[in-house]
Design a protein around this ligand. Structure first.
Ligand code: ZN
Length: 152
């Protein structure tokens, strides 16, 4: 496993649309393992492959001590609205208030190509949506309704 460098806002790779994973192979497993190590080294709730310069539809979420590895995630249902505070490992110096759906259903594949369906709500849903946005080149800063200081 190896720690990877996290790209910062301004890097053009963060603005690209990532490609779906087609092979659930060793290369994918190494990417996921490296992303986990990278996330643990810096702390945070999630990390998406484009943040480490890999334009694949892969992200990880760690929430309530549970780790989710999402490959080719798709939002299949969403309802409600809520506003909360977000930050990002690729955005240095500020956070922001972002409106997101309150409840979601996401379908994704795990590292072995097995399909899963995950329901989430509140901040847990928010983390999924934030990471999935990265796969389409979107950062929270694009959506925020209010900019906040890092410590707010
Ligand atoms: Zn982020």
């Amino acid at each position: 496993m190896a720690r990877r460098n996290i790209l910062k806002m301004g890097d053009p790779l963060l603005r690209k649309i990532s490609r779906p994973v087609e092979k659930f192979d060793e290369k994918l497993h190494v990417l996921l393992d490296d992303m986990i190590e990278t996330l643990h080294s810096v702390g945070g709730l999630g990390l998406a492959a484009p943040q480490v310069g890999v334009l694949k539809r892969v992200c990880i979420v760690e929430y309530d001590d549970e780790l989710y590895e999402l490959v080719n995630p798709v939002l299949v249902k969403s309802s409600g609205k809520c506003v909360d505070n977000e930050g990002c490992l690729s955005v240095v110096g500020f956070r922001g208030l972002v409106e997101r759906p309150e409840k979601i259903v996401v379908e994704y594949f795990d590292r072995n190509g097995k399909k899963h369906t995950q329901r989430a709500e509140g901040y847990f849903a928010r983390v999924f949506l934030h990471e999935m946005d990265h796969l389409d080149g979107i950062l929270f800063a694009d959506k925020m309704i209010k900019k906040l200081r890092e410590d707010e």
